[in-house]
Design a protein around this ligand. Structure first.
Ligand SMILES: CC(=O)[C@@H](O)[C@H](O)COP(=O)(O)O
Ligand SMILES: NCC(=O)COP(=O)(O)O
Length: 245
């Protein structure tokens, strides 16, 4: 049984900093703590409105991370320019609306193949591995393969936001089926959004999943128990889930 990796999204460390315009808490410090606690990667989302992660964070993390950066961004020329300058290990292309509270759905790759394909090619040319943040949807998976992305990240928001056990089971079944399908097409399959300490194990149990990107729940737990403990506890649950415990 292969390991399931944890990418810690530190966006909401920066949310706390931006709330008062202070220099603390520093996402660069948080990333070092998360890595020391066992995170296999660090995810950061540089949004157009810079509501949390700011450009300074990206450039410093590029110099200081011991694991690797998963740079989440919208498909815009501004972000492509930054990504090609910073050259993170991964770029995850996500949909973005200024008015959204958080990411609301997966990227519509099938509806914009030319734009996404050009972004994938430009990032690939500078050695960046591109992941596409998509819904658990066959059409979107096929489109991801067609545009040449080596990875996808399945949006687990519908699973996390399910209003009852029946809906949660239906969404889990859909994610399970689509992870298997995407893996069969040669994609590296990650997953994330809305995962927390009480819903992560069934997702971690899906054998085709390579990495889970988890942020809000870990940072929220860190406010109570500390970031190192929050990361270690999440990894333990993920490993238990992967072992079927
Ligand atoms: C794409 C995704 O689900 C998250 O990684 C994203 O970062 C959510 O946006 P916020 O971090 O701004 O909530
Ligand atoms: N791509 C998902 C991610 O990085 C973290 O999402 P969340 O756990 O903050 O909802």
């Amino acid at each position: 049984m292969s390991r399931i990796l944890l990418g810690v999204n530190i966006d909401h460390i920066a949310t706390l900093r931006q709330a008062r315009g202070t220099s603390y808490p520093d996402p660069v410090h948080a990333a070092a703590v998360a890595e020391h606690a066992g995170a296999e990667g660090i995810t950061v989302h540089l949004r157009e409105d810079r509501r949390h992660i700011i450009d300074r964070d990206i450039y410093l993390l590029a110099k200081t991370l011991k694991t690797r950066m998963n740079f989440e961004m919208a498909v815009t020329d501004e972000m492509l320019d930054i990504a090609c300058e910073v050259k993170p290990t991964y770029v995850c292309l996500v949909p973005e609306k200024r008015e959204e509270l958080t990411t609301e759905g997966g990227l519509d790759v099938a509806g914009q193949m030319g734009k996404v394909g050009a972004a994938v090619q430009r990032l690939d040319e500078v050695g960046i591995k591109v992941s596409l943040f998509i819904d658990a949807d066959k059409t979107q998976i096929d489109a991801a393969v067609e545009v040449g992305a080596p990875l996808i990240e399945i949006h687990t928001g519908c699973y996390a936001d399910a209003e009852n056990e029946a809906e949660e089971a239906k969404e889990l079944a859909r994610i399970t089926e689509m992870a298997k399908y995407a893996h069969s097409k040669g994609l590296i399959v990650n997953a994330g959004h809305g995962l927390h300490y009480h819903n992560v194990k069934p997702i971690a149990a899906i054998p085709e999943l390579y990495e889970l990107n988890i942020g809000h729940a870990i940072i929220a737990r860190a406010a109570i128990d500390g970031l190192a403990t929050a990361v270690k506890d999440m990894k333990q649950l993920m490993n238990e889930g992967r072992r079927g415990e």
